[in-house]
Design a protein around this ligand. Structure first.
Ligand SMILES: NC(=O)c1ccc[n+]([C@@H]2O[C@H](COP(=O)([O-])OP(=O)(O)OC[C@H]3O[C@@H](n4cnc5c(N)ncnc54)[C@H](OP(=O)(O)O)[C@@H]3O)[C@@H](O)[C@H]2O)c1
Length: 279
């Protein structure tokens, strides 16, 4: 991939997700004076300024939209229609690529609200973007050029890993797996912590035992070439403690429970998409 560290990147909305992406970009060496943010709220503006005082800050969406080669729409889904309709009349750079990180808003809705021919990439990021360990699913409208795709990849890789989808309907599945996914792992770690406390550990030690185990397992799973099942079997000696725990979980139907949960998340993503005016 080319060096995009001077590309002019604008953000509409400077909240949690925008800040996570900007932090990642700065760490990756992106020029701070090539980043501009349109954000109405004073506390968020201050948070952006703390990342670098060279970042351009304004409350004027139009000026950021007009100057950016890569324009990131990072507002809540509920305000996206109004924001896009206003941007539709702004004279933007011809080669501009827009990237929306809004959950559930389709490429078709975005294009309809913008009302002009626009190259749009839709992204479903997740919360670990805030520590540059995010997982983002991306899909593009037909008109996005190879450079536009590379820009979007560059943007989101500043926050972790990326996967491109040819079929936009898979965004609901990405939402169920990686978008909502961190919460499933937090729940498991929460249970480990609770039980560790019941076993007699103080809360801090129980938290450490749980979270460091989650981190360690994630790193092994990400770095080793063996399958997840093989890694699991490697720590499950016959007749041992792990095997006893896993047998108890299998008896309780953990696989079916998770499968149902993930289907519920994917279905909810479809429903929310419809409610947000995608139909
Ligand atoms: N955070 C995540 O982990 C995560 C994960 C996946 C997807 N996303 C997506 O990322 C997007 C942003 O989420 P977030 O968590 O970063 O939300 P957020 O912290 O609320 O950030 C949105 C920011 O946009 C500002 N804003 C509101 N109206 C605006 C307007 N008309 N023009 C410019 N800025 C405006 C808001 O200001 P006010 O506070 O004054 O309203 C707020 O600071 C959402 O669409 C969400 O679906 C987030």
């Amino acid at each position: 991939m080319s060096d995009y560290r001077q590309v002019q990147i604008g953000f509409i909305g400077g909240g949690n997700m925008a800040q996570a992406i900007i932090r990642g970009l700065l760490t990756a060496g992106h020029a701070a004076n090539s980043i501009a943010v349109a954000e109405p709220a004073e506390p968020q503006q201050q948070a952006i300024a703390r990342l670098s005082d060279a970042i351009g800050l304004t409350a004027d969406n139009a000026s950021v939209a007009a100057a950016s080669e890569l324009l990131v729409l990072a507002v809540k889904p509920q305000v996206m229609a109004d924001v896009c309709e206003a941007l539709g009349s702004v004279d933007r750079k011809q080669q501009q690529t827009m990237v929306s990180v809004a959950a559930g808003i389709t490429l078709e809705s975005l294009a309809g609200w913008l009302g002009t021919a626009t190259s749009i990439v839709r992204v479903m990021p997740n919360q670990p973007a805030m520590v540059a360990e995010g997982m983002s699913g991306l899909c593009a409208s037909q008109s996005v050029s190879d450079t536009g795709r590379e820009h979007a990849t560059y943007l989101m890789e500043a926050t972790g890993k990326t996967v491109w989808l040819d079929d936009e309907t898979l965004m609901d599945a990405v939402t169920a797996i990686s978008g909502s996914g961190p919460a499933y792992f937090y729940l498991v770690m929460e249970i480990l912590q609770e039980v560790a406390e019941e076993f007699g550990f103080d809360s801090d030690t129980a938290h450490l035992l749980s979270t460091q185990t989650g981190l360690g397992a994630s790193r092994v799973a990400g770095e080793e070439s063996e399958s997840l099942a093989a890694l699991r079997q490697r720590v499950s000696s016959p007749g041992g403690t792990t095997e006893a725990a896993l047998a108890s979980l299998e008896d309780a139907g953990i696989r079916d429970m998770f499968r149902k949960a993930l289907i519920a998340a994917r279905n909810r993503s479809v429903e929310l998409g419809k409610a947000q005016g995608n139909d």
